[in-house]
Design a protein around this ligand. Structure first.
Ligand SMILES: [Zn+2]
Ligand SMILES: [Zn+2]
Length: 699
């Protein structure tokens, strides 16, 4: 018998690479081409064994992940023998006349068009895997962990695949991504966690696909978000209690005010944070932590403190806890409760073999501190990761900037600048819920950084954007910021550039502004303001944009909606010839030929100005404390309400008016109930204003 192993026939070199590594596959392919491949045999039970010239024998029994197949070479991981046997099998099966199965031929990823008459069937869905098959493929421990996770509930993004090329079905879980490389073969499901195969995530992924399949036909949408749960989102483990404590401490700070909340408030926050952390509510914890840090920054007289930031953090705590109490958001695009709370996030995730491409570094400065965030993208999992570095300069030292900071260490043995324009291969990294990636300095981790070619066209959508119109629609549809997952670099995209229509320097704003066109000729803006920590950035951007037509191929940066369309604040650009420029660490070099203009920035519209005033007034309430607000404050609030009313923002105006009414009642009675109602009214108004500002498009 031979050629019975459909799973091995469907295992393409790409899939084998994903299950091992590119080096092993290249080496095995070379040996096969040189005729030095193994001698294969297929046993009646389907076990394929390969005998090598060096005497090693690798055996691939059906249903076993490549990594767990036995080989006499005693290598613990996947070895070149197992890889070579997998790669040699299709030719062996064809030669012995067994590999005529049309199904496996058609399913071979990237198969040549000669694979026979194409019968368009819906591609196989991992949702078709039954629990009995999971029991056979996973260890009891893994299944138990998966079951516990399902009981608590989790959220996944399900990406259906066609098995053409790299387009395989994938489930994006909170902590890792599972890809099904071969139809019907669970052993060849690949996870990017430290285990790699046979882990609990495979079961979670199958259940997510099952839920997606239950909701709609596989052809319906390429990507859907599903929630899998057998228990309510905030059940046991003190979840509801923790939410109550979080809302209480936020309400306390709002009433007492940042100005008046002394040291004791810090302890209350720490306590609430510990409870929320214990209950596994990552995003509530993040918002609390931010409020706590801002309070500390105020007491330390740090420039990081701003009333608007404190108001945003408190509003976020109150919004997230509110959604949980209501049992979920309302309306189109509402997020599941556990997504709003971050209850689906593991505190940290060990990452297996990582291959990351850098999208540049962003520098920041605050007092005597300098910070760097390197944007790293995993082309296979489409996830952005952020590597952070920070330096504090002593009193006698001059804090560095730009190129000099770029010479600092990004990773052991690698400068920040090299990392920012390069690509890296690493093992032993850890990912936090915020998508920060941490490379431990201990243990067996290995990191190697090499230059990259700027081939960003290979990056996956939606990170890569060809059509800014589609991205803008996507941004408009998403839930408000204070309910979305708290992810670093959330707004970062890579935009294809087909033409630069114009570049100018706005002298007053000290900003470079360019109008460029996407792949389809639709315009969008590129804007970068001068910052002292990045003295060469503007000139580097001007040089890249002002070069000969078509020199810039991609711009990577933060994308935001504005009154005049999408605007990207670039971090790096990729030019023709594989040249990647990370702007913030670029050397200072005067770019020629950029037209300087007086600022033509229009004054904000009456609508935007009214919202700005409402936002500022509510933030001032947090600063003073609603209990201690000056007599002028309710007057300012009433003025803001009138301006909003005049601009047609009736519901925002009403919400602001209610804050004034509740304030009067609470002051008169001083009762807890009235103060709680005041906090509710403030939260309601703050959230309405935030939504209106976001809908208006930021600035
Ligand atoms: Zn071996
Ligand atoms: Zn896994």
């Amino acid at each position: 018998v031979s050629g019975t192993r459909a799973d091995l026939l469907a295992l393409t070199p790409q899939a084998v690479t994903a299950l091992s590594n590119p080096g092993l596959v290249k080496r095995a392919q070379k040996e096969l081409e040189a005729g030095k491949g193994p001698r294969l045999e297929e046993a009646p039970d389907g076990t394929v064994s390969g005998t090598f010239e060096d005497g090693a024998v690798a055996r691939l029994p059906p249903g076993k992940p490549l990594r767990d197949c036995p080989c006499t070479c005693a290598s613990t991981g996947v070895c070149r023998h197992r890889v070579a046997v997998a790669l040699a099998y299709p030719a062996f099966a064809a030669a012995s006349g067994g590999a005529s199965s049309g199904a496996s031929g058609a399913e071979r990823a990237g198969a040549a068009p000669s694979a026979g008459p194409a019968v368009e069937e819906a591609p196989w869905s991992p949702g078709a895997v039954e629990d009995a098959a999971l029991t056979g493929a996973l260890s009891r421990r893994a299944l138990e962990r998966a079951g516990a996770m399902r009981a608590r509930g989790y959220v996944a993004r399900v990406r259906r695949g066609t098995f053409r090329g790299d387009d395989v079905p994938a489930a994006l879980l909170a902590t890792c991504t599972v890809r099904f490389l071969v139809p019907r073969a669970l052993a060849h499901a690949r996870c990017d966690c430290a285990a790699g195969t046979g882990c609990e995530h495979v079961a979670l992924a199958v259940w997510a696909f099952r839920e997606a399949d239950r909701q709609g036909a596989p052809g319906d949408a390429a990507e859907v978000m599903v929630e899998v749960a057998t228990a309510p989102a905030v059940g046991g483990s003190g979840g509801a209690a923790a939410l109550g404590v979080a809302a209480d401490v936020a309400g306390f700070l709002l009433l007492e005010g940042v100005q008046h909340a002394a040291g004791g408030a810090g302890a209350r926050f720490a306590l609430a944070r510990a409870q929320v952390e214990g209950a596994g509510l990552a995003w509530v914890r993040g918002a609390l932590e931010e409020a706590e840090e801002l309070l500390a920054a105020y007491h330390a007289r740090s420039a990081r403190y701003a009333p608007a930031r404190a108001a945003a953090a408190l509003g976020e705590v109150l919004a997230r806890t509110r959604v949980a109490r209501a049992g979920g958001g309302a309306g189109e695009g509402a997020l599941p409760v556990r997504t709003v709370l971050g209850a689906d996030q593991a505190p940290e995730t060990k990452l297996d073999h990582l291959r990351l491409v850098s999208l540049g570094v962003r520098l920041s400065a605050e007092g005597r501190e300098r910070g760097a965030e390197v944007l790293l993208v995993d082309p296979a999992a489409a996830g952005l990761l952020v590597l952070r570095r920070a330096w504090t300069y002593g009193e006698g030292e001059t804090p560095e900037a730009g190129e000099a900071l770029g010479r600092r260490q990004g990773l052991p043995g690698v400068s920040l600048a090299a990392l920012a324009a390069g690509q890296l291969v690493a093992t032993g990294a850890t990912r936090l819920p915020s998508r920060q990636v941490v490379f431990s300095t201990r243990g067996l981790q290995r990191v190697s950084v090499t230059p990259q070619t700027g081939a960003w066209e290979a990056l996956p959508v939606p990170l890569r954007v060809e059509d800014v119109g589609a991205l803008e629609a996507e941004l408009r549809r998403r839930p408000p910021r204070f309910l979305r997952p708290r992810l670093l670099a959330e707004g970062v995209h890579v935009l294809a550039v087909s033409r630069v229509a114009g570049v100018e320097y706005a002298a007053g704003a000290q900003a470079l502004r360019a109008e460029v066109e996407d792949a389809g000729g639709r315009p969008f803006g590129v804007e970068l303001a001068h910052r002292g920590v990045a003295p060469g950035a503007l000139d580097a951007l001007a040089a890249a944009l002002g070069g000969r037509p078509g020199a810039v191929r991609f711009v990577a940066g933060d994308v935001r909606r504005t009154g005049h369309g999408l605007v990207v604040e670039p971090v790096a650009v990729a030019c023709e010839g594989g040249h990647v420029v990370s702007l913030d660490v670029a050397p200072v070099a005067r770019a020629e030929g950029v037209r300087a203009v007086e600022d033509a920035r229009p004054a904000p519209s009456p609508l935007a100005a009214a919202l700005l005033e409402a936002e500022g007034c509510l933030a001032d309430g947090v600063h003073q404390g609603l209990r201690h607000a000056s007599p002028a404050w309710p007057q300012r609030l009433a003025g803001a309400a009138t301006r909003c009313q005049d601009c047609g923002l009736g519901r925002v105006a009403e919400a602001l008016g209610r804050v004034g009414g509740r304030l009067g009642q609470a002051r008169a009675s001083g009762s807890d109930t009235d103060e709680a109602a005041l906090v509710e009214a403030w939260a309601d108004a703050a959230l309405r204003v935030a939504v209106a500002v976001e809908q208006l498009g930021g600035d």
